[in-house]
Design a protein around this ligand. Structure first.
Ligand code: EPZ
Length: 424
């Protein structure tokens, strides 16, 4: 295993280009199973998680090749096969192949994902949705075995919680169903809009993109298409927060400012200089002014509210403020794994249930230490804190980071950070 070392206390200056969105690439790669032929996806990040979904669709008979950030996937020879626990346990988003497999082949057998560090992560909304479409699902030996005896039939599906991947799974299952399906209380994240665009490119008939009610009129067949993956808004937010924490001046390029309304508001409220133009966001915090970084409360919500995937990163920033703030996590039941590690760097944080009270200790408040990554976004929170801390920080178990941040060491080094990897 490898660890990441960071010599903190250096300003971040320059320009960094973000990659395509991990949480768009995963459903869109799964959607290539819906139609035979060669699909083309551009701006696809090369991450541990995208390699996992590619391993899964290869196991299902697809052939793919990568040319830079473009992927060509030929799913003509799709065959039914189980998606094993070994692959699913590393990435719960593997359940996203259920919808397309049921639509194209009428059968799917995927290992239940199991929980992860941030929560139990059930898939009951997915199962209930498939059953509404006429699919029989049995759960045995840790697998979901789903099959339909004849065509899926359109139905109305109401989500208790606007689940992102459940919405995506239902979209992919319903596009080839007989009749019309209406998704109510659907999730509205930009990644879902990207999936809807891809399905439309393939010939699907979908209305309601960007709203919480999506209508899908089933069609008889779909064809392979070319679609661009949208920029990664969580990677964008991570770099914005990193510059605000370390101090400096940088421009994030290849991003979509419109996908980060809540974060940009909160950063400006905290006293960070933010300006945006099409495809770019500039962020500035001169080290002197960091003294006046204000404490700002956040409460994670479904899109377009403040994203849960940027909660840990913002907490790292708030430990450097000159105020107190309350951070409330409403999406996942255990997403404060980074708190204990941030405390090792000197942070003052008290947690009570799904709320954390952060008492900022000013820009010199953190000092380097050895810490451990526990999940993807918690690990990026530790990177941000380490960049602002005085001295050296060692972060172990960085395979968590590699799931969702492409070329992190190169991108941070390009901004002037002293960061490198070593063998554990
Ligand atoms: C997606 O996960 C993202 N992953 C997560 O990003 C993100 O944190 C999450 O949405 C929320 O925005 C991908 O898109 C691959 P949910 P997902 O279903 O779809 C409960 C990252 O760091 N729920 O929207 O799994 C669930 O427990 C990852 O990139 C059920 O109860 O999240 C949670 O409390 C982490 N039953 C809430 O809904 C279900 O069947 C929202 O989860 C499904 C979900």
């Amino acid at each position: 295993m490898e660890k990441l070392l960071i010599e903190g206390g250096r300003e971040l200056v320059g320009e960094v280009r973000v990659s395509g969105a991990k949480n768009a690439a995963l459903p869109l790669l799964a959607a290539t199973l819906l139609a035979p032929g060669t699909h083309e996806l551009t701006n696809v990040p090369d991450l541990r998680d995208t390699r996992t979904i590619l391993a899964i669709i290869s196991e299902l008979g697809c052939v793919w090749r990568r040319q830079g950030s473009t992927l060509y996937i030929d799913s003509t020879d799709l065959v039914f096969s189980e998606v094993s626990y070994d692959l699913v346990k590393t990435m719960r988003a593997s359940v996203l192949v259920l919808g397309p497999l049921l639509a194209r082949l009428g059968r799917a057998k995927v290992s239940l994902p199991g929980g992860c560090a941030i929560g139990e992560r059930p898939i009951n909304f997915h199962i209930r949705g498939f059953e509404r479409l006429g699919v029989r699902c049995t759960l045995e030996n840790g697998y979901v075995d789903a099959r339909r005896d004849d065509d899926m039939r359109g139905s109305t599906i109401h989500f208790d919680i606007p689940s992102v991947t459940a919405t995506e799974n239902m979209l992919m299952a319903a596009v080839l169903a007989r009749g019309t399906t209406v998704l109510k209380n659907a999730a509205r994240e930009p990644e879902i809009g990207n999936l809807i665009d891809m399905l439309a490119n393939m010939g699907a008939d979908i209305e309601g993109k960007g709203t919480d009610q999506i209508t899908i009129r089933g069609v008889s067949n779909l064809t392979a298409a070319r679609t661009a993956i949208i920029p990664d808004r969580i990677e964008t937010g991570t770099y914005l927060i990193a510059v605000a924490a370390a101090g400096g001046q940088a421009t994030i390029t290849g991003c979509e400012p419109a996908h980060l309304p809540a974060l940009l508001d909160k950063l400006m409220e905290a006293g960070v200089e933010i300006s945006s133009a099409p495809g770019t966001i500039s962020v500035g915090m001169d080290p002197g002014r960091r003294r006046r970084l204000r404490g700002v409360d956040i409460k994670t919500m479904v899109y377009p509210g403040y994203p849960t995937d940027l909660q840990a990163q913002f907490m790292a920033l708030m430990t450097l403020s000159s105020g107190i703030c309350v951070i409330k996590e409403t999406i996942f039941e255990n997403r404060f794994m980074h708190v204990a590690e941030l405390r090792r760097l000197g942070a003052q944080i008290q947690t009570e249930g799904n709320s954390a009270v952060v008492t900022g200790r000013g820009p010199q408040g953190l000092s380097g230490a050895r810490v451990m990554a526990t999940d993807l976004r918690a690990s990026s929170s530790l990177v941000i804190a380490a960049l602002a801390a005085s001295g050296r920080t060692e972060i172990s178990r960085i395979y968590h980071l590699e799931r969702g941040y492409e070329n992190l060491v190169d991108k941070l080094s390009g901004l002037g950070a002293r960061v490198w990897k070593e063998k554990e």
